[in-house]
Write a protein that binds this ligand. Sequence first.
Ligand SMILES: Nc1nc2c(ncn2[C@@H]2O[C@H](COP(=O)(O)OP(=O)(O)O)[C@@H](O)[C@H]2O)c(=O)[nH]1
Ligand SMILES: [Mg+2]
Length: 322
Amino acid sequence: MSIQWFPGHMHKARKEMAKVLPEIDVILEILDARIPWSSENPMLSDIARDKPVLRLLTKSDLADPDMTAQWLAFFSNDEKRDALAISTAQPSGYKAIPMRLKSLVSSGTSPRMKARVAMVVGIPNVGKSTLINKLTGRVMAKTGNEPAITKRQQLIKLNEHWNLRDTPGVLWPKVQNPASGFRLAATGAVRDTAMDSAEVATHLLDYLCTHYAGALQRRYGADLPLHDSVQTLDAIGHRRGCLGAGALVDFDRAGRLILQEFRQGLVGEISLETPAMREQETRETEQRLARIAEKREQRKTQKTEQRAAQRSRRNAGKRRGS
Ligand SMILES: Nc1nc2c(ncn2[C@@H]2O[C@H](COP(=O)(O)OP(=O)(O)O)[C@@H](O)[C@H]2O)c(=O)[nH]1
Ligand SMILES: [Mg+2]
């Protein structure tokens, strides 16, 4: 199943989110520990400005523990923001959630009669249903390795002080940023059938050859070529027998094999983003947008000047003619 995000869907999701926000005490923002930047929904931070947020880095069993530690430090930088790594492989992370929720809202409030509400927010397939099921110890929400199968839920009781609420509507990831698009495809967050497996795999290999060369060589052979990702893919295809006509490597099959092994964690504990990359890409995007705005401004000024020049030529012509 593939999901596409259209402006109409995005507008509707934003409206639904804005409607429920006043009743929410804490946002539980679920991010993929391997891509905490690209798996963010870009609208959330501007509409939920003053809400306390507990960020949960899911699937941390698949991520690089050093990078996860960097992200946790990056995300827990003030009293309204906290972050925790969780994974189905380690229940201790889930168990810490109620305490963390409590400390995010405890400052200066008197005991309440009503239970508080934490809203579980995240892009499709990031692990929202799995989290809800783990927290409640029951199967409340369907899970699956396919996006958007969560049934609309109302409130689910976590304990006597807290209720959980699922995301209203479907949230999109950073689809506008091309580099994010490839990372989302590599992790399986978006299953865009229009995206070529070999291309996604070579993008992934570009990153792995530079940052996780050891892990690649352990998996696919110590003499694996690492200087050019197309050659790396070719070599892996040969070694794994992903061959097509004329005993040549079938790049599509080789690409699918690598993506599958990466998603299952067979290549190793790997993260595709760091806080430094987030800063840099944000800066680059801002600079790009600023340059576009500047060009637009320049064109507007040029047009105004051209029109004024035409007008004065016309007026001069009229004066000569009269
Ligand atoms: N390896 C790993 N897989 C997970 C973890 N949490 C969820 N998943 C898998 O991710 C997929 C999507 O999970 P789901 O809860 O349905 O995501 P949702 O669409 O956000 O509700 C499922 O195949 C889950 O088994 C985790 O901590 N580790
Ligand atoms: Mg779900």
